[in-house]
Design a protein around this ligand. Sequence first.
Ligand SMILES: O=c1ccn([C@@H]2O[C@H](COP(=O)(O)OP(=O)(O)O[C@H]3O[C@H](CO)[C@@H](O)[C@H](O)[C@H]3O)[C@@H](O)[C@H]2O)c(=O)[nH]1
Length: 442
Amino acid sequence: MSLLSSYNPKPHVVLFPFMSKGHTIPLLQLARLLLCRGCALTLFTTPENRPYIVQSLSGDDITIIDLPFPGNIPGIPPGIESTDKLPSMSLFFSFARATKLMQPYFEGALQKIPHVTCIVSDLFLHWTVESAIKFGVQQLGFDGMSNYVNSINRDAVINGLLSLHESADEPFTLSSFPWIKLTRNDFDYPFNQRHPSGPLFDFIMEMGIALSKSYGLLVNSFYELEPLYVEYWNRESKAKAFCVGPLCMARPPKMEPVLHQECRWIKWLDQKLAKKKPVLYVAFGSQAEISSTQLTEIARGLEESKVSFLWVVRKSGRELGDEFEDRIKERGIIVKEWVDQKRILEHEIVQGFLSHCGWNSVLESISAEVPILAWPMMAEQPLNAKMVVEEIKIGLRVETVNGSGNKFVQAESFKNKVKELMEGEKGEEVRKKVKQVAGPVL
Ligand SMILES: O=c1ccn([C@@H]2O[C@H](COP(=O)(O)OP(=O)(O)O[C@H]3O[C@H](CO)[C@@H](O)[C@H](O)[C@H]3O)[C@@H](O)[C@H]2O)c(=O)[nH]1
């Protein structure tokens, strides 16, 4: 073969998503956009994640390469290669740190790919930046969070705001955004500590150092949603933010329409539409851990609200009691399978979303013009909830017992807030607002 015939004129992007649904899904959506724009792609994953990738992406211009996921990691059972399958989210850090053992395999494979234009990899895979430097290729980071959250984190850390007060409940004001008041409880471990330290802290610092060596940060957001925060980030940070979202607006995979017709929950939504009964969608992402006691409170709150609801329960559902489904069957449906969340949110009859405020869920809700009832649980979700409720005003928030440090919510708060969102004046206000906010992307 001549040199000329082996030369591929298409830009060739290497994508490496972190093995977590909330991180993989948006990068697969980005992959579809890049394919539509004529790029060739190589996507790295692991054997257990391959089927999910294959069902979401196909075509002549995409190569999928499996790298072995490290074995013998204490606490992580063999075959568990995605964070949503971990026996406990307390293993998240061990899982993320273990990925560094994939570096030699990644570099071995990279060596065989000619003409790589750039590498897009998750910040959790921070070691990929070193690989990119070795191969003389530009790398762009992806962290799946908003500019609002990235900017708040930066402002709080750089200005030492997290160590101001002894109590994690004591409010402080951000230096660059004085209208934002936070407490340390709004941050996840280790940043909810007055003097964060330890292996997880070191890991996050490594991510920061890697980002400073990146060409930039791809952000799943759009400028009009958070202009102040995009501008702040791009003024202050070496790695510039490129807003490429909302990625959920990317063309869905071809197989999805077939699935829709077969889903009992879509048929159920169609029936509610025929009866003009607005539905609240209830779902908490791919990895939230909810205790049985808390599930019971949600169930009672939903039942007593008398609102129609579709609830995706990631557990067996047995915790809800045998008669629960019978009692609510006129008004509610419980789904234990993986659903097409975007499709549900886009259903005309879905008019509210009780959400943990994972960033993908927030963007999917905005794109579908559905207001949110926010119940953040972990990671940056409390900050996303703050943005949803106080900054862009497209949602309400449930009340936790005993203030911000505790995430437990009683049935009464669920009931009252669900009614407020679906039937009250405040619900109407946020419903109007979300349509305005969605304007630029629709
Ligand atoms: O049955 C399901 C369940 C989930 N999803 C999709 O899975 C994604 C879930 O992402 P997200 O809403 O962001 O929640 P998490 O899975 O909790 O996401 C993690 O990753 C996000 C992006 O970094 C962070 O914002 C969250 O805090 C973190 O928990 C969304 O696209 C959903 O549409 C489905 O399609 N079907």
